[in-house]
Design a protein around this ligand. Structure first.
Ligand SMILES: Nc1ncnc2c1ncn2[C@@H]1O[C@H](COP(=O)(O)OP(=O)(O)O)[C@@H](O)[C@H]1O
Ligand SMILES: CC(=O)OP(=O)(O)O
Ligand SMILES: [Mg+2]
Length: 420
C-alpha cells in the first residue's frame, strides 16, 4: 500500500470531515479520448429527475447522472487533453451539472499503471502525481494522458478531493510465482520488470458480481473473468483475491486483442530487429497497434469480423479461430491454477455481446465440466445472467462490467463520504 494513501480504501472518515456532496465525477483520460461519468452515490434520483436507477453489476443503487466522451484529441478544436477536459466540463455545465457544484464530493481518475507503489485507491497530492509520472516508462501510452486529466481537474477544482484508482491494484495480490518473469532477478528488480496486470477495476467488480449471481459470498467462489473489449485480459480470482492475470509488465501480454498481439515468443522481436531491420519503436507500434484481429484480417471490430465470416471470408474466420483458441488455452490453464472453477464470467464489449465468441471459446471444454446452454447464450440482455446448461459443473455467465461505477465507489469510500 502506498504511503501517500489517506487510509484504507473502505475506511470512513469522521463525520466532521465528510464532504457535503454525494456525487463523484469519474474521468478516464485515455490516449486519444476522455470519457467521463457523473454518478450520485447516495442512490437518489437527480434534482432534475434525469437519473437512471440501478446502475452497475453490484446493484448498489448509485445513479448515473451524465456521461460523455470527448474524442479525437489532437485534432481540430480539441488540441490536447486540457482542451478535452474543458470541453467535458462545459458539457456538464450546460446540463446544470458543472464542476462548481457543491454536490460534488470528489473526482475519481482511472490511472492505468500504479507499479508496485500504488496498490490501493489513493488521494492525489503533488507527490502522488510525481509518483505516477515516475511510472511513465512502464506505461508510455496511458500514464501521460491520465496525468493530464488529473492536472486539469485539480486546476478546475483545487479544493475537491481527487482520487487515483489504478488498473493494476486488484492484481497486486498475485503471488510472486505468478507475478515474476523467469529472468535474471537483479535485472528485473532494477527495472521494475514483473507482471502487473490491468483492467483491475473490471476484474474486481465482475468477479464480485459473478459470486452474487450464484447467491454466494466472493470469499467462497473461484472465478475466471474474461474481459474482452478492445484491450482484453483474463484473470483467475480465488475467494475474491486475484491470483493470476494475462496482462503483464504492460497491457500487451496475454489474449489476442483488437490491435495487440498478446502472447508471442519474445525472440520474434529480435528477429524483426535483426532480419527485417525494424526499430524498437516500429516493433512497438506493430505489436500494439497493427496486430491482434486487425493485423490478422484488417478489422478489429468483432461485429465486422462476424459479418465477414457469414460471407465466408477466410482471413476473418482464421482471426476468429486464433482469438478463441487463445481464450480456450487461458481457461484451461486458469482451471489448473484455481483447481476448482465455480464460474466463468464474460464481460466488456465482445464478452457481453458476442454469443459466437462465447460459444466458440467454451467449445470442447466439457472435460473441464463446462457446458453452455445454446439458447441462454443466444439471448440478448443487459443484465448479469447465466448461460451455462443446468448440469454444468462450472457456471458460465455474462456480467456487464462497470469500471466507472467501481472507480466512483472506491473514490467515494476513500473520501469518507459513505452515508450510514
Ligand atoms: N454486438 C457486438 N458483437 C460483437 N462485438 C461487439 C458487439 N458490440 C461491441 N462489440 C465489440 O466490443 C469492442 C469494444 O469493447 P469495449 O469494452 O467497449 O472496449 P474498450 O472499453 O476497451 O474500448 C469493439 O471492438 C467491438 O468489436
Ligand atoms: C489497460 C488497457 O488495456 O486498457 P484499454 O482496454 O482501455 O486499452
Ligand atoms: Mg471498456
Amino acid at each position: 500500500m502506498s504511503t501517500d494513501s489517506a487510509g484504507p480504501a473502505r475506511s470512513t472518515a469522521p463525520a466532521a470531515d465528510r464532504p457535503a456532496g454525494t456525487r463523484v465525477l469519474v474521468i478516464n483520460s485515455g490516449s486519444s479520448s476522455v470519457k467521463y461519468q457523473l454518478l450520485d452515490m447516495a442512490g437518489r434520483t437527480g434534482a432534475d429527475g434525469t437519473g437512471t436507477a440501478g446502475t452497475g453489476p453490484d446493484g448498489t443503487g448509485a445513479v448515473r447522472l451524465a456521461s460523455g466522451l470527448v474524442e479525437r484529441i489532437g485534432e481540430g478544436p480539441v488540441a490536447d487533453h486540457a482542451a478535452a477536459l474543458r470541453q467535458a466540463a462545459a458539457e456538464l455545465d450546460e446540463r446544470g451539472l458543472g464542476l462548481d457544484s457543491p454536490d460534488l464530493a470528489a473526482v475519481g481518475h482511472r490511472v492505468v499503471h500504479g507499479g508496485t507503489r500504488f496498490t490501493e485507491p489513493t488521494r492525489i497530492t503533488d507527490e502522488v502525481v510525481a509518483g505516477i509520472e515516475e511510472l511513465i516508462p512502464l506505461a508510455p501510452l496511458h500514464n501521460p494522458a491520465n496525468i493530464q486529466g488529473i492536472k486539469v481537474a485539480r486546476e478546475l477544482r483545487p479544493d475537491l478531493p481527487q482520487v487515483a484508482v489504478f488498473d493494476t491494484a486488484f492484481h497486486s495480490t498475485m503471488p510472486e510465482h505468478a507475478a515474476r518473469y523467469a529472468i535474471d532477478t537483479a535485472t528485473a528488480d532494477a527495472h521494475g520488470v514483473r507482471r502487473y496486470g490491468f483492467h483491475g477495476t473490471s476484474h474486481a467488480c465482475v468477479s464480485r458480481a459473478a459470486a452474487a449471481l450464484l447467491g454466494r459470498e466472493p470469499a467462497e467462489v473461484n472465478v475466471i473473468v474474461l474481459h474482452l473489449g478492445n484491450g482484453a485480459s483474463a484473470s483467475a480470482v480465488a475467494g475474491g483475491v486475484c491470483v493470476e492475470t494475462s496482462m503483464g509488465l504492460t497491457p500487451l501480454e496475454g489474449l489476442v486483442m483488437g490491435t495487440r498481439s498478446g502472447d508471442l515468443d519474445p525472440a520474434v522481436i529480435f528477429h524483426l530487429s535483426r532480419v527485417a531491420g525494424m526499430s524498437t519503436d516500429e516493433i512497438d507500434t506493430l505489436l500494439n497497434k497493427r496486430s491482434g484481429l486487425l493485423g490478422l484480417c484488417g478489422d478489429n471490430d468483432m461485429r465486422e469480423i462476424g459479418r465477414r465470416m457469414a460471407e465466408g471470408d477466410r482471413a476473418a474466420g482464421l482471426a476468429f479461430e486464433i482469438y478463441v483458441h487463445r481464450l480456450r488455452k487461458y481457461v484451461g490453464s486458469y482451471t489448473a491454477v484455481l483447481g476448482r472453477v465455480d464460474v466463468i464470467a464474460f464481460t466488456a464489449g465482445v464478452g457481453e455481446n458476442s454469443a459466437a465468441v462465447r460459444e466458440a471459446a467454451m467449445r470442447g471444454l466439457e472435460a473441464l465440466g463446462i457446458a453452455l446452454d445454446p439458447v441462454r447464450n443466444a439471448l440478448r440482455g443487459s443484465s448479469a445472467r447465466l448461460i451455462s446448461a443446468d448440469g454444468s459443473r462450472t457456471a458460465v455467465a455474462v456480467i456487464p462490467t462497470d469500471e466507472e461505477l467501481e472507480i466512483a465507489t472506491q473514490t467515494y469510500a476513500l473520501v469518507g463520504a459513505v452515508r450510514d
